[in-house]
Write a protein that binds this ligand. Structure first.
Ligand code: SF4
Length: 419
């Protein structure tokens, strides 16, 4: 690798690090004779996360960090005086192949600033992924950002080479997007999302008829919202996510705690650090919507607009709805068991399956892996005394679960039943 490319690599990898919308789940492309890499199994697992939850093991890089736009929250905005660079298509392709061969990476996450126009930029990005797939027969994972405002033809072409595509919404409401990124609007984001969705649906139909029809964005699409740069409440953010999951078959919405990189801009809040706890609570709430059958307006609504930062959203919901509990583990339906704090999806499935063979008691639940400390005030079952959240009061249960080491009333706080 020559010094020029190395310098570009340093610059463009640094510029790309603020985008969290990369994940490689959900695609299954096996290696083929004469091909390079694969996306499944052992050596082909191409996603990995660093301790702070950011995706690694992909070459996460920008084609260019020049940009004609001036989004207030972005390090690469036009008016920032930063080191700039642009890869040629060949340079980026060779770099990816070289890194893959050296086992540094298992795939590529490709984004870009906008040069000249959305289509001009997108066309170069498409050439990168096309060359990787068609010339080098690269079978590793590719996540490609779509440029807001790019044309349908380019998105349709990109979708044939990328495993996942994403268009970042960035700011949940149009008014605040206009405030911070005057050159963008939601339309330019929703349009490419729709193209990708339609391409995916069409591809499902095509593959029913022709098994060998080329796949289109097999790992689906994702998006990212920045949290804390504007004044949206959690209810606004989760409402948007819920609509995206329902209407665009979005695979993942990523929440990126706002990192104050342009603190000189008076439109931005003066945060000392990214709101990471809030970001984490949003991910938990998102999880509840996707896997626990909660609606967004059950988790947060007008009367309860923000997530509780001290406790997780599932426990928070349970403490606000003590009338729903206790849940009888031996009789309740799956959906209700899922709502018990301390019981996950796998445990709930296991409970429903196991109770066909006999009534479950507390020791069975412990063996299944239920977090009894959390669950015990929300359930009844054989042998478990009925001291429920209603009797203990939600306030007391919350205290026990959040302040386990504090003394209260001169003694150790505890719920009556041992773990
Ligand atoms: S368009 Fe993208 S790269 Fe350009 S300033 Fe806005 S967020 Fe940054």
């Amino acid at each position: 690798m020559n010094d020029n490319v190395l310098q570009k690599l340093k610059t463009l990898a640094k510029s790309a690090k603020y985008d969290v919308s990369c994940s490689s789940s959900g695609t299954v492309r096996q290696n083929s004779a004469g091909g390079l890499g694969n996306t499944v199994g052992g050596m082909g697992i191409c996603h990995s996360f660093s301790e702070d939850g950011r995706c690694i093991a992909l070459l996460k890089i920008m084609l260019t960090n020049y940009c004609i736009y001036d989004c207030a929250y972005c390090i690469n905005r036009r008016t920032n005086d930063i080191r700039r660079a642009t890869f040629t298509v060949d340079e980026l392709v060779e770099l990816t192949i070289e890194f893959y061969r050296r086992n540094y990476i298992e795939g590529l996450f490709l984004s870009s600033g906008i040069i000249h126009s959305p289509d001009y930029t997108m066309e170069r990005m498409v050439r990168v992924v096309k060359q990787l797939r068609e010339v080098h027969r690269f079978n590793g994972y590719i996540h490609m950002k779509s440029i807001p405002g790019a044309s349908r033809e380019l998105i349709d072409e990109a979708g044939l080479y990328a495993d996942r595509m994403s268009v970042n919404l960035e700011i949940p409401t149009e008014a605040n997007l206009k405030l911070l990124a005057p050159e963008k609007d939601h339309r330019s984001v929703y349009k490419p999302m729709k193209y990708i969705q339609q391409g995916v649906l069409q591809n499902i139909e095509d593959r029913k008829k022709f098994r060998k029809a080329p796949r289109f964005v097999p790992a689906g699409q994702s998006t990212q919202m920045i949290v804390g740069a504007t004044d949206e409440r959690d209810k606004d953010i989760l409402r948007v996510s819920s609509i995206l999951y329902q209407q665009t078959q979005m695979r993942r919405v990523y929440y990126s705690g706002y990192i104050p990189v342009n603190s000189y801009d008076k439109r931005l809040p003066t945060l000392k650090q990214a709101p990471l706890v809030r970001e984490n609570r949003l991910y938990q709430a998102d999880w509840l919507m996707r896997f626990y059958q909660y609606r967004a307006d059950e988790i947060v609504d007008d009367s309860y607009p923000d997530l509780d930062l001290e406790i997780d959203p599932k426990l928070s919901w349970a403490l606000r709805h003590p009338e729903t509990f206790p849940v009888d583990i031996n009789k309740a339906d799956y959906a209700m068991i899922l709502r018990v704090p301390g019981i996950g999806v796998k445990s709930a499935q296991f409970i429903v399956m196991s109770r066909r063979h006999g009534r479950l008691n507390a020791s069975h639940l412990k063996k299944i892996g239920i977090v009894m400390k959390k669950a015990q005030c929300f359930i009844t079952c054989n042998e478990l005394p009925t001291f429920t959240v209603q009797e203990a009061t939600p306030e007391y249960v919350r205290k026990v679960l959040t302040e386990p080491k504090k003394k209260a009333d001169g003694g150790q706080l505890s719920i009556i039943f041992p773990d």
